[in-house]
Design a protein around this ligand. Structure first.
Ligand code: PHE
Length: 457
């Protein structure tokens, strides 16, 4: 095999990598999670912390992941192992890769459940269930659905099966079509929704909820949530982007790519917010702090009142589901690539094994909204909350911190310079400061602040 390619395949172009990475980044994190956690955390100030984390921590870490992946050309575990050896670093650095595999596994388990909701909503809208519905109608419909574990499990299963099917076929096949065509359509529909919100919703209030900075509304937990979400939404801290980075052609500019993806991802999240909150404020019975159901009660209200709403709404949820699949695929890639490397296993078999395990764990999240609603793993956290917490607020930021330290302090400078294609200029300085100091110190400050404040409380 020539030196500079990965045995798992290569992106056929720079554009394809950008699309794949954007497909990984844009998903339920933008459309489902961002609006609902913004609603729970009081809006504007939370959004500001999130944006600052994207810019100061997310972008440097994304560059680091792509760079490490491309320098190693293997699964994150083996990439870090090889680079550690080359640098003569401590033998425990590959732990980053292992943590990432665990995080991806935990995330996919609940991600698939929520994506299952989205698939079910395709059919719900298509059959006109929401024509003329109001806030309380949409709420009831959602709660009645969640109360049925078997039905929720069915759609969870459908999503896992779809993901396994695509993953089994390899990274490049299947993914290209999905991202090249569906992403732009999703974007158009999102704009349509924002337009609806601007005309029929309370746009002014929605806008000010999202963008007016009121520090009093931000809790300590909110700061950690915002930082964790910056990692989650950009697919960082668990090796997904590192795994994809391994398939990047040598001549791709890493900096430009990372900034492009981060901007795209942020625009989609803000557009989702601009679509959803005006509807929330204009509809009796809906409120920003509804929780995980927010997307599923606001969007049906909007489409339910539009001509052709049933069909356009169904298309919207088709696109949400596709956005979720392209993210789910990337959640499995670090583990799949590793198993293929270590055991020479065939992708389909590995994909089925991982899918089955995530499916099983996902049942815990299915039950968290009905049978186990009152079962708390720690404190007030249901099983779903717990898995979400451990993966999104602990493992991803911790993984990101270690990746930054590894890329900034352990990786030989010559490799970084060559990978980034930067000579001594100011860009190199900015990146060095970002990855060595700003990103790691940022994560540590948020962790320390959270621990300190909760110990004081
Ligand atoms: N970024 C994806 C989203 O926003 C979720 C994800 C997290 C994917 C971590 C890969 C790794 O939906």
């Amino acid at each position: 095999m020539p030196d500079d390619v990965s045995k798992h395949g290569m992106w056929s172009s720079r554009l394809l990598f950008v699309l794949a990475a954007a497909g990984s980044a844009v998903g339920l994190g933008n459309l489902w999670k961002f609006p609902y956690i913004t609603g729970e955390n009081g809006g504007g100030a939370f959004v500001v912390v999130y944006l600052v984390c994207i810019a100061l921590i997310g972008i440097p870490v994304m560059m680091a992941e792509v760079m490490l992946g491309r320098a190693g050309r293997q699964s994150p575990i083996n990439t870090i192992r090889a680079l550690t050896e080359r640098a003569g670093g401590d033998a425990w650095w590959p732990l980053i890769g292992w943590m990432g595999v665990v995080a991806g596994f935990l995330i996919l388990s609940f991600y698939a459940v929520i994506a299952g909701w989205a698939i079910f909503y395709i059919f719900r809208l298509a059959r006109g269930e929401f024509d003329g519905t109001d806030g309380s109608g949409a709420n009831d419909a959602f709660n009645n659905f969640l109360a049925e574990p078997l039905e929720v499990t069915l759609w969870h299963t459908v999503f896992i099966a779809a993901t396994v099917f695509i993953v089994a076929r390899g990274v490049v096949g299947g993914l290209e079509v999905a991202v090249r065509w569906l992403m732009p359509v999703l974007f158009v529909l999102l704009i349509l929704l924002v337009g609806y919100a601007a005309i029929y919703g309370d746009f002014a209030q929605g806008f000010s909820f999202l963008f007016s900075f009121d520090a009093d509304k931000l809790s300590v937990g909110g700061v950690l949530t915002a930082m964790g979400h910056a990692f989650f939404t950009l697919s960082l801290g668990m090796g997904a982007i590192m795994a994809y980075g391994a398939y990047v052609p040598a001549n791709t500019s890493i900096g430009t790519t990372a900034v492009t993806i981060a901007v795209l991802d942020t625009v989609v999240a803000l557009a989702a917010g601009l679509a959803i909150f005006p509807i929330v404020f204009a509809t009796p019975g809906l409120e920003p702090g509804t929780g995980p159901g927010l997307l599923f009660v606001t969007v049906p209200v909007a489409f339910g009142s539009l001509p052709l709403g049933a069909i356009v709404g169904a298309v919207f949820f088709i696109l949400v589901s596709f956005a979720a699949v392209t993210s789910a695929i990337s959640l499995t890639e670090p583990a799949i690539a590793f198993l293929v490397e270590e055991y020479n296993a065939k992708r389909p078999r590995v994909a089925i094994t991982i899918g089955a395990a995530c499916w099983l764990l996902g049942i815990g999240s299915v039950l968290s909204f009905n049978v186990w609603a009152d079962v708390h793993i720690v404190g007030e956290l249901t099983f779903f909350d717990f898995v979400d917490y451990v993966s999104g607020k602990i493992l991803l930021p911790l993984g990101g911190l270690l990746i930054a330290l590894f890329a900034g302090w352990v990786l030989p400078r010559a490799i970084a310079k060559e990978q980034l294609g930067l000579e001594q200029g100011w860009k190199w300085q900015v990146w060095t400061i970002g990855i060595r100091f700003v990103a790691p110190i940022g994560v540590v400050i948020v962790f320390a602040y959270t621990i300190y404040e909760s110990a004081m409380a």
